[in-house]
Ligand binder design. Sequence first.
Ligand code: SAH
Ligand code: DHB
Ligand code: MG
Length: 221
Amino acid sequence: MPETWTAVDDHITGLLLPADPALDAAQEAARAAGLPPISVSAAQGKFLHLLARIHGARRILEIGTLAGYSTIWLARALPDDGRLITLEFDPKHAEIARANIARAGVAGKVDIRVGRAIDALPALGPEGPFDLIFIDADKPSTIDYFRWALKLSRRGTVIVVDNVVREGKLVNPAGDQSAEAMHGFMAWLASETRVTATALQTVGAKGYDGFVVALVESPEV
Ligand code: SAH
Ligand code: DHB
Ligand code: MG
């Protein structure tokens, strides 16, 4: 089946995602620098972009920049006065991302904060509330990031969490640290009354995974 998923993703990409010099150059720069090939796929990046536009997002927070691929998709969804803050631990990733984001012409809207996300999040209050938050960094910290996302939200904020399915290991995560983290996160989410959430499984060029989409009903406990 993975061959079919990739073939269908290629088909979709061929039809709906024409070559995009800035995004293609971003992926090539990431590859050339030896960064892991773990960005969202083109179709997923466009989904995030559409979600941000459908929602009319003006302030976006991203946790986990890598080479800025998802960042560029999201930043392009913003109006001229919109703003995106993206948190990245690895200075090398941030440097590649900075060049990619500049090449894409969205540097004026994007602020890359280098360091551990957990250290940056407590200072983001004055920059919020955010309209859309994309959590896509170290998986064991997902619950902590989601708790911070709630603090930085308003009623109506959309929170997306990447990589919750992990090739199905979500249901049998033994021994896989990321999958165990997502199993715990999903159980925690189920009892979180401040959001209405679902999770969607995805297949395609990035294998078999999935994401959570949550709508903040009330940011107060
Ligand atoms: N959102 C990107 C992919 C992010 S990959 C895209 O789809 O294009 C995950 C990123 O999170 C990596 O660049 C990794 O360095 C970063 N990361 C890992 N631990 C982190 C931490 N504690 N704080 C901030 N970023 C972290
Ligand atoms: C990994 C991280 C990601 O954000 C992703 O989309 C895929 C894989 C990882 O750490 O393995
Ligand atoms: Mg991811």
